[in-house]
Design a protein around this ligand. Structure first.
Ligand code: ZN
Length: 169
């Protein structure tokens, strides 16, 4: 019997992207939509996610969103600086915003919205609509100026945290 020394193959971004695609494909037989994502930090997979919107009836249960939530739990922090997300498809605006707000540094994706379009899986129209003025969007965004009675939430928060409030110019 011979013993072979195996040198671990360094994990490349291609491998992480392939893992996201594999997750997307495997998710189909689970009743999910064909999207997968992995969160990586220091070359190590922190978390994985697949699209679960149909399984959970949670419209926010996108692959990237679930992977980000899970990564935050693993790292015990709402900030994911230094993390890269590998997604099987171009992230939707919700996930992109969530990743930006979490401080993620980079997102690599495999399939473009253009490639997803024939399958009804593109979110390009949502991006386009969000770039429009409020009056042209399907979703009405209504500002109702508050009649604050009692504590003002922002002032209470600033006071509780000792935050210096800047004055608007
Ligand atoms: Zn999304």
């Amino acid at each position: 019997m011979t013993t072979t020394l195996v040198t671990p193959t360094p994990v490349t971004s291609d491998a992480f992207l392939q893992e996201a695609i594999d997750l997307a494909v495997a998710n189909i037989s689970e009743g999910g939509r064909p999207f997968g994502a992995v969160v990586v930090k220091y070359g190590r997979v922190i978390s994985r996610g697949v699209n679960e919107i149909n399984i959970t009836n949670d419209p926010t249960a996108h692959a990237e969103m679930l992977a980000v939530r899970s990564a935050s739990q693993v790292l015990q922090s709402p900030l994911l600086e230094g993390c890269t997300v590998y997604a099987s498809g171009h992230p939707c605006p919700m996930c992109l915003a969530a990743m930006r707000m979490a401080g993620i540094n980079e997102v690599c994706y495999a399939f473009t919205n253009h490639e997803a379009e024939p399958y009804g899986l593109s979110t390009a129209a949502i991006y386009e609509e969000l770039g429009m003025t409020n009056s042209l969007r399907h979703l009405r965004l209504v500002h109702v100026p508050p009649q604050v009675e009692g504590c003002h939430p922002y002032e209470t928060w600033a006071k509780a945290r000792g935050i210096q409030v800047t004055t608007l110019s």
